[in-house]
Design a protein around this ligand. Structure first.
Ligand code: AMP
Ligand code: MG
Length: 419
């Protein structure tokens, strides 16, 4: 049972600038390109534009403090990756960034679901080609471990997170390959052929050096890989004895330690307006991931059935309607094959980035009616979901963490505690 509560919205406290920080590391990355994607508003928060390729949903606050900040950015996995450290020797910082960048680029190439022009096929592209042909594919210990971890998360999510939707993602044109965006939904019969029990992780079979599937299918780890990579990046920071750092991949991130002498403060983007919906202080080691319908989508003009223009027209076939835009986004409901209805964004905090990533996607699909059940079965303890009407749903532990910076359009509903 849920109860609606009125949360006192915190007045927007002006955030201080970071003029006392020394951004002392000018490492050899394409900063001009990276900085073009970032602008600072007058509160000192880094705001990022929303577009198809830069699915940034969060922004961290630059706070005045005594620490010495170093920040680097690069592109990988179709998005901007940013690494920040505090109080780290420059040479150590640079080495850690280089290792993190190499790791992101390797994962992105190896886990790319489909062949890429001018590139040798990565392991997953080869696996998909074989699985679709009904053949066993070469795999290895590392690949099997990641696929098994994703399978466990898929089961825990009750199938809402389902990396076996690879063909469906491709059909909808969200595989990052289509040069022309779709201008209409795919045919219903094509969608229906790609849903149901024949497209699930439970169909995979592993040996030490191979993977096969009981049914032909294709895998897409786009809902999970950034989380996995962010966890590995934090491992690398720790390998270099860096205790205060943050790794952000297109708005999703994991932070360790503090931002100088203060906790890392993260802004949750308002999905339907510019600016920040809420701010959260991170505890060391935590990840915060958001899945949103604004990250990748196309819109189609459709008749607005609520607004007939010629009301008196008796022949319904000939009736003319006003037009409205229908949004088709990239988070697909494995039960229907269509973009998940009802949700605009879900933010999840967990210790583990891979879990946070998979859970944000799963809870997005589960929507306002089922998110609580799925969060409980995935072991997630902090959730904030906004539905298509602007209503916000969150559990009490999350309510204790968020500081709202703008008023949601709808009601705020507090769930039972997540244990
Ligand atoms: P995220 O932004 O983490 O929610 O991941 C979305 C991406 O994951 C999409 O662009 C697809 O590549 C893939 N995807 C879409 N729907 C699902 C789903 N229900 N389960 C797993 N992966 C999905
Ligand atoms: Mg995800």
């Amino acid at each position: 049972m849920f109860c609606v509560v009125a949360l006192l919205l915190a007045a927007t406290a002006g955030c201080s600038d970071d003029s006392s920080n020394q951004d002392s590391n000018k490492a050899p990355y394409d900063k001009a390109a990276a900085n073009a994607a970032l602008t600072k508003d007058d509160t000192g928060q880094l705001q990022k534009p929303s577009n198809a390729e830069n699915n940034q949903s969060a922004a961290y606050e630059a706070t005045r403090n005594t620490g010495i900040k170093k920040r680097d950015q690069f592109y990988a996995m179709g998005t901007l990756i940013e690494v920040i450290t505090y109080d780290v020797d420059k040479a150590v910082h640079v080495k850690a960034i280089q290792e993190i960048e190499a790791m992101f680029l390797a994962l992105s190439r190896r886990w790319q679901p489909w062949p890429q022009p001018n590139q040798a096929d990565g392991e997953l592209a080869i696996i998909n080609k074989n699985l679709l042909a009904g053949l066993a594919a070469p795999s290895n210990e590392q690949f099997n471990r990641i696929m098994l971890e994703a399978t466990e998360l898929s089961v825990a999510s009750r199938g809402f997170f389902n990396p076996a939707v690879g063909k469906l993602v491709q059909l909808w044109g969200f595989d990052g390959k289509s040069d022309k965006p779709l201008i209409s939904a795919p045919l219903a019969e094509d969608i229906n052929a790609l849903v149901g029990a024949k497209h699930g992780m439970h169909l995979l079979r592993f040996t030490a050096n191979s993977v096969s599937s009981v049914e032909p299918l294709a895998l897409d780890f786009g809902a999970f890989l950034k989380g996995y990579a962010v966890d590995r990046a934090v491992d690398i920071l720790r390998d270099y004895s860096i205790t205060n750092g943050l790794v952000e991949a297109g708005g999703d991130l994991r932070a360790i330690g503090q931002a100088g002498d203060r906790p890392w403060r993260i802004g949750i983007r308002n999905p339907r307006q510019s600016g920040v919906l809420a701010v959260i202080e991170m505890q060391s080691g935590e990840s915060i991931f958001t899945s949103g319908d604004y990250e990748r989508f196309f819109e189609v003009e459709v008749d607005d059935l609520a607004k007939p223009i010629n009301q008196n027209e008796s022949d319904s076939q000939a009736r003319v309607f006003a037009k409205k835009k229908q949004r088709f986004h990239h988070i697909l409901d494995p039960r229907t094959g269509y973009p998940a209805a009802n949700t605009v964004s879900v933010t999840v905090i967990t210790k583990n980035g891979a879990l946070a990533d998979a859970a944000a996607t799963a809870l997005f699909v589960a929507g306002p009616s089922q998110w609580y059940k799925v969060a409980a079965s995935m072991g997630v303890k902090h959730v904030l979901l906004m539905d298509v009407d602007g209503n916000v749903y969150l559990n009490p532990a999350m309510a204790g963490r968020v500081q709202f910076k703008s008023t949601p359009k709808g009601a705020i509903t507090l769930s039972k505690p997540l244990r």
